[in-house]
Design a protein around this ligand. Structure first.
Ligand code: MN
Length: 293
């Protein structure tokens, strides 16, 4: 009998809501874990399941808004998304690409459908993840990383069983391109109809899986499908995933918890309520910069 890492719970997000007019998302975290600590450093997860948008001459998305104290990580599975911030960063991502924005001391950004994609219409499938920063990094200069599909760490599973694409951290010695402030592994796994994979994450890392496509069986026991989030107990053991459907895709989020108080409101995640008030005050006083960018 193999020693499997047990499942704490499997949950699904609530009914989707619109963020601006471009992002129809379901907020899995923190609701699904009853707070931001349980899956720390992953404190918020908005899942945009595949959804077709009609062509639009007006570019869909969200206008300028602030963030402070954490990082926003956008993973694109289908469709094209554009980003602009007041530190001069601009980027377009498509299938397999990731944008990793370190808001830290404070930034204003816009997130929207890439202009041609908005015009032609199409299916958007993506995730936005908020990654917390440790106290000592919450006030550093903002930073932006564009991580393209071809930059990801790649592991081909034997006999065309599938592929692992590593965004951050490492899997079996293969590293992902993202630079992170705490230890974490973020990777996508695709499995073909005969695919099987064993994942070895440290037991003290908070670990979860979101199924993006298809249906898989976890630890020879539990069948989960598209839209299910599997939260694992923090106990030693392997995670064994085998395909049930023909074509399967899931993302693994695993990271060392940041054991510090969390105070969060709206677009700010700090350590104390006073720091949240300060963030609102700074935003009102244009200390994040102006919205002209
Ligand atoms: Mn944002």
């Amino acid at each position: 009998m193999r020693n499997y890492r047990s499942i704490e719970k499997v949950f699904r997000g609530p009914e989707p809501h619109m963020v601006g007019d471009g992002f129809r998302v379901s907020q899995y975290l923190p609701a699904g874990t009853n707070g931001m600590q349980r899956l720390s450093p992953f404190i918020l997860l908005d899942y945009h399941a595949p959804y077709y948008y009609e062509p639009s001459e007006v570019v869909r998305g969200v206008g300028a808004h602030p963030h402070r104290g954490f990082e926003t990580v956008t993973i694109a599975y289908e469709g094209r998304i554009e980003h602009h911030d007041n530190k001069g960063n601009h980027g377009i991502i498509g299938t397999g690409d990731v944008q990793w924005m370190t808001a830290a001391s404070g930034i204003l950004h816009k997130e929207y459908h890439e202009k041609e994609f908005s015009k032609s219409g199409g299916v958007l499938h993506m995730i936005q993840l908020w990654v917390n920063l440790p106290k000592e990094k919450k006030r550093i200069e903002p930073k932006y990383q564009a991580l393209l599909k071809e930059d990801m760490g790649k592991i081909k599973l034997d006999d065309h069983q599938g592929e692992i694409s590593i965004i951050a951290g490492e899997v079996n010695g293969v590293k992902g391109p993202a630079s992170t402030f705490t230890k974490m592994n973020i990777y996508n796994v695709s499995l073909s109809s005969e695919g099987k994979v064993t994942l070895k994450e440290p037991s003290h890392f908070n670990t979860g899986i979101l199924v993006l496509k298809g249906e898989v069986k976890i630890n020879e026991d539990r069948v989960v499908k598209e839209g299910d989030f599997i939260l694992f107990d923090n106990v030693p053991g392997e995670i064994f995933v085998e395909s049930v459907a023909k074509d399967n895709l899931f993302v693994v989020l695993s990271g060392e918890p940041i054991d510090e108080p969390v105070a969060s409101y709206g677009p700010f995640v700090m350590n104390t309520t006073d720091e949240i008030y300060e963030a609102y005050e700074d935003f009102r006083n244009n200390k994040f910069g102006t919205e002209e960018f």
